[in-house]
Structure formats: structure tokens, C-alpha cells
Write a protein of this length. Structure first.
Length: 630
């Protein structure tokens, strides 16, 4: 390539010399002529100039060609280097492949053709991982056990875990109208405004709601067995008072035994919350959705009992449960006025360990309760039914109603037994919102003869003129909101009501006493419109105390008002000063407004005016509690 460029350059140089010689000769010969015509040809390029310009252009193109040739040479040299390097890499790859083949043959010779050695090695590695995992779990369990030894949540005794619980309470109640009660409110006893108790307030304080409990739990191959005991001091013995030592006896709240089988069946027997009570999780004992109130009778409209029960529950899935129970029955006060002579209760027999100052009904059979429960991660829902059985002893030859004009022989001749069956249906729905910080609940129960299953304890039945029982239709409802605002603060609000329908009859007798009602028919039953309610707002003189110490307020006379409905609205809070491994210290305040309404009666017999007496009470509760660690 270089030789070629030298030849081309020589030819071009020779051409230029010849051209210049010819040009010089021509310039000498025509010098005179050119002088003469210089003016005419000054602007036109000469042939030599044209030739030089063309020659320059050719040299420029030749330089460009030389530059491209140089680039091609450089690329060719780089390609040669790359090919040389790739040949070296290929040769090294062949060597590596040969070495790998030798190693593979050696490895196969070690592990065998069936790979048994690898399988053995893998098994050994898996066993080592399992042993390591087991050892890690044992270390963690040992660490947890060490922590529990330092701060045990349960006490181990003969293979049984014992968990004590409960709280100590300092509580007060301030009522606008006195009912003569501690921190549990008898809602049917709210006095009318005109009575002595209705014009005086009451302030009471005690620690009687302090509670102790013990849960015992042991595991066997087929089940978990449990026993639970719980008690407080909200009980009054015949000598109990708070005049000096504030001595009150221990009260049994719960005492039950349980076997929770691995296949989902649970059998529980003893004294416990009724199956009709709302639960927070499934139908599990100790998960009852009890209102957060300080008032030990909770709130009007809340369905509950704590009584003997024999309960069977089946967990069908992790979201669905069904259960049934046999529970202790009792017939409350047969409500009404001017009733026939009947017997449905007896006083307690001290020899039979029943309180001789209390009445116990002649129960035919236990109450039957069935419930289904369904829950998700955002709510809990329940549907239940109650069956009840009532009976009384009727005496057709007993005394006639007050002021009757047809006297009869007062004897037990012709007595007979009457029976009646009742019950109701209820539902609970609790919705959890905002990561379960807000709980909204609705509850309803309706039926015949179910007054006993709600907080106000309205009557279950009344009696027909022939002595047969008439079960009173009624029910209860409760709405609640519970806001767990922070880990330390709970706010709550409840509104509930209970209702009993009136049931009255013509007794067949007429009034014989002188007065504006002389000759009028005598009505009996519950909520009769002829009931005398004229004295409900009239204060009467006190009477001598049964124990002989001073005078006590008496109940109004001529006040035969039968309760129609009772309502209560409540709000309050609980604030925890401390909550940890050392227990919980918390303080709360509750306010309640309760209203007692009665069926219409005769407010002024002389004028024939009707009246529906109403009683209200404003109540404030305070509490300071220390809970054992949970």
C-alpha cells in the first residue's frame, strides 16, 4: 500500500514540472503580447491556475483516501488481536472441560451410579436441621420458662395450672332518690317523687364488689379439664350492716367444672353465667360481654343470669358454635292486684340451707336454652331461644278479692294445680370497627314469661280469676357503644329498656264498701285500669324500725301502680394509671339516668281522674380498682 502511494505521488510531481516548463516558455515568447492585452484579460484565471487548483483538489481527495486506508489498517490490526485472544480462551476452555470431566468421573466413582451417597448426605443434613430447630425451640421454651419463673402467670401444682384473679375495689354511689341499696341498683324500687325516699338522696360507699377468682386447668390426651371459682361480697346476711364494721358475707358468683374435648365438644356444669348472656368469643365461659358499668346490676335491658347450668357446646368450625343448657328456674313475683288465692312459692327452709327470709318457687322443670353463635374478624352474632315452665296451686274456695260483695267459704277444698309454658327468642349483634377499637352492640329479647332474664326483673306472670297463670308478654332491648380510645382509656355508653304488657280481667265481684266506686266491678290482674294510684306522690309518716332503732321511711299507701317499662341511659369511662406485669390500677366514673313508668290507674277515685305515676333517678358512681396480673 505504501509503494502504491509513492508511485502515484511521483507521477503527479512529474506532471507538475512539465507544466511549469511549458508555462515559462510561453510566458517569455508572449511577454509583449501579454503586456498589451493585460488590461483585457486581468480578471480571467490562467490555464496554469486552473491546473493548480485541480491538482490541489486531487491531493485533498488523495489525503482522504489515505485517511480511510489508515482506519482500515487499524481495524484490521484490532480484529487480529481479538481473534488471537479468542483462540487462547477457546484453548483454555478445552482444558477446563477436560479437567471437569476428570473430576465428574472421580465424583461418580465416589457416590456410585445410583446416588446413594448423596441421598445419605441429604438425609444427614435434614436430620441436622431438624435437631437444630428442635434445639432452638427448646432454648426458646427454656427462656420463656425462665421468664415465667421470674414473673409466673400461673402456679403449677400437681400437674395443674392455677391462675388466681380478681380485683380490690373502692366504690361509691350517689343517687338523687334513695333506694336503700349499695352499688347495685334495684330499678323496680326507684321511689316516686312524693315519698320520703323520693325527696331525699343517698350516698353509699363500700368495697363489697371486690372479687376473688381461681382458674384451675390441666391437660389430658383427649381434652383440657378446667375448674373455676369466683366470689364477691355483695351479699347481706341476717346480721350484716355497715354501722361500724361493715361486715358482709362472701357471695358465690361462679363455680363450675368443664371438659373441653379436642374434637370441639365442651361440657360444663355448675354455677355460671346463663347461656342467654352475650359472649365475645364463641360460647366460651369467661368471655361474657358484660357491660363495663360500675353498677353491679349493669344496665336496664341487659340479658343475664348467674345460676346453675349444665351446658353442652359444639364448635363446628372456627367461626360457628351451637350450644344448649339446662338452667335453674325461678318464678318471680306474680304481678298484679285483686288476684285469686294461689300458691306458687314457699319460704326457704333453713334446714334445707335455703334462706328463711326469701321465697322460692315450686319449680316443675329447668329452663331450657339453645343458642347458635357466628363470628368473623369484624363481628360476633348470636341467636338464642328460652323455654320456661310454670305452675301454681289454685284454691277456688279461698278468700275473695278486697271489697268483694260475694263472700265464699275460705277452705282448701277443691284445690288443683295449674301449669303454663312460656319462653322467648333473642339475638345479639356486636360489630368491631377501626381495628376493634370501637364496638357497637345491639341486643333484643322478646316473649312470654321472660321478665326474670333481664336486669330490671319485671314479673313473669299474673293470674286469671280462675287461678290459672297468664304469662306476661314483654321483652328487653339494649344498645351499646364501647370505644377503646387508647390502651389506657375506655369510654362507654348504653341505653336500654324493659317492657311488660298489661293483662287484666273482671273478677266477677263488685265493690261493696261505701264510696264513689260502690257497685263497680272489681278488676284483677296486672296493670288493671282501676288500680288505685292516688297515693303514689303522697308522703306518709315513718314507721318504727324492725330492729327498734329509730324510725324508718314507709312506702306510700294507695299506690298500686304496676310497672309498664323501665329505661336507663348510661355513660362512663375507665382510665388505667398502670397496666403491666404487676397488675392494673384503674379508676372510673359512671353516670346513669333511670326512668320507671307504670300502667295507668285511678289517680283520684272521687273525681275519676286517671294517672300514670313515673319515677326517675339520677345516679353517679365512682370506682378505684386494683386487678391482679392477667
Amino acid at each position: 500500500m505504501k509503494r502504491f502511494r509513492q508511485i502515484v505521488a511521483g507521477l503527479v510531481l512529474t506532471s507538475c514540472v512539465v507544466a511549469q516548463a511549458q508555462s515559462g516558455s510561453e510566458q517569455t515568447t508572449a511577454k509583449s503580447t501579454k503586456t498589451k492585452s493585460m488590461k483585457a484579460k486581468a480578471k480571467a484565471p490562467t490555464q496554469e491556475e486552473i491546473l493548480l487548483r485541480q491538482l490541489n483538489e486531487r491531493f485533498q481527495k488523495l489525503d482522504q483516501v489515505n485517511s480511510k486506508l489508515n482506519d482500515l489498517e487499524q481495524k484490521y490490526d484490532a480484529l487480529q488481536q481479538r481473534l488471537t485472544a479468542r483462540d487462547a480462551e477457546l484453548e483454555q476452555a478445552h482444558k477446563d472441560a477436560a479437567e471437569a470431566k476428570q473430576k465428574l468421573e472421580a465424583t461418580q466413582a465416589v457416590i456410585g451410579t445410583d446416588g446413594s451417597a448423596v441421598t445419605t448426605l441429604q438425609s444427614d443434613v435434614a436430620g441436622l436441621k431438624t435437631a437444630s430447630s428442635s434445639l432452638s425451640s427448646q432454648v426458646q421454651e427454656s427462656q420463656e420458662e425462665t421468664k415465667k419463673l421470674e414473673n409466673p402467670d400461673r402456679i403449677r401444682f400437681m400437674g395443674v395450672a392455677l391462675k388466681p384473679g380478681g380485683f380490690l375495689a373502692a366504690e361509691t354511689v350517689d343517687r338523687q332518690r334513695a333506694i336503700g341499696g349499695d352499688v347495685n341498683t334495684q330499678f323496680t324500687g326507684i321511689p316516686f317523687a312524693g315519698s320520703t325516699a323520693g325527696v331525699l338522696s343517698e350516698f353509699n360507699a363500700s368495697g363489697r364488689q371486690s372479687r376473688i377468682s381461681l382458674l384451675a386447668e390441666g391437660k389430658i390426651p383427649a381434652a383440657i379439664v378446667r375448674g373455676y371459682f369466683e366470689a364477691d361480697f355483695l351479699s347481706a346476711g341476717t346480721t350484716s350492716n355497715d354501722n361500724q364494721s361493715n361486715s358482709y358475707p362472701l357471695r358465690l358468683r361462679q363455680a363450675w367444672a368443664q371438659a373441653a374435648l379436642n374434637d370441639g365438644w365442651t361440657l360444663t356444669g355448675g354455677q355460671m353465667w346463663s347461656l342467654a348472656t352475650e359472649y365475645r368469643h364463641g360460647l366460651d365461659n369467661n368471655s361474657e360481654a358484660v357491660p363495663l358499668t360500675i353498677d353491679a346490676l349493669y344496665n336496664v335491658g341487659f340479658t343475664w343470669e348467674r345460676q346453675y347450668g349444665l351446658r353442652v357446646v359444639k364448635r363446628l368450625t372456627n367461626k360457628f358454635w351451637i350450644g344448649a343448657s339446662l338452667e335453674e328456674p325461678q318464678t318471680l313475683n306474680i304481678g298484679g292486684h285483686n288476684l285469686p288465692t294461689i300458691a306458687y312459692q314457699q319460704t326457704g327452709n333453713g334446714g334445707g340451707l335455703y334462706n328463711s327470709t326469701a321465697n322460692y318457687s315450686f319449680n316443675e322443670a329447668p329452663d331450657l336454652i339453645a343458642k347458635a353463635s357466628y363470628e368473623t374478624n369484624w363481628g360476633h352474632f348470636e341467636l338464642f331461644g328460652i323455654s320456661r315452665f310454670f305452675r301454681d296451686r289454685v284454691y277456688p274456695n279461698g278468700p275473695t278479692p278486697t271489697s268483694a260483695s260475694q263472700p265464699v267459704t275460705t277452705s282448701a277444698l277443691g284445690a288443683y294445680t295449674s301449669k303454663a309454658d312460656g319462653g322467648g327468642i333473642g339475638a345479639n349483634a356486636r360489630v368491631l370497627l377501626f381495628a376493634k377499637r370501637l364496638e357497637i352492640d345491639a341486643h333484643i329479647l322478646g316473649g312470654n314469661g321472660i321478665g326474670r332474664y333481664s336486669s330490671a326483673q319485671l314479673p313473669d306472670a299474673t293470674a286469671h280469676p280462675d287461678g290459672s297463670l297468664e304469662l306476661l308478654t314483654g321483652g328487653s332491648a339494649l344498645g351499646s357503644t364501647e370505644w377503646h380510645a387508647t390502651p389506657r382509656l375506655d369510654l362507654y355508653g348504653y341505653y336500654g329498656g324493659e317492657y311488660t304488657k298489661r293483662a287484666w280481667y273482671n273478677t266477677g265481684y263488685t265493690v261493696t264498701t261505701a264510696g264513689p266506686t260502690l257497685g263497680q266491678p272489681i278488676l284483677g290482674g296486672y296493670g288493671a285500669p282501676t288500680n288505685n294510684v292516688a297515693g303514689c306522690y303522697v308522703e306518709v309518716l315513718p314507721v318504727t324500725s324492725p330492729n327498734g332503732g329509730g324510725n324508718v321511711a314507709s312506702n306510700p299507701s294507695n299506690c298500686n301502680a304496676d310497672n309498664r317499662n323501665i329505661q336507663e341511659g348510661t355513660f362512663g369511662y375507665w382510665f388505667r394509671f398502670y397496666r403491666g406485669t404487676r397488675g392494673t390500677l384503674q379508676q372510673g366514673i359512671q353516670y346513669s339516668y333511670a326512668e320507671r313508668r307504670t300502667w295507668q290507674g285511678i289517680g283520684d277515685p272521687a273525681a275519676g281522674l286517671t294517672n300514670s305515676p313515673k319515677a326517675i333517678d339520677n345516679m353517679w358512681f365512682t370506682s378505684l380498682r386494683y386487678y391482679l396480673p392477667q
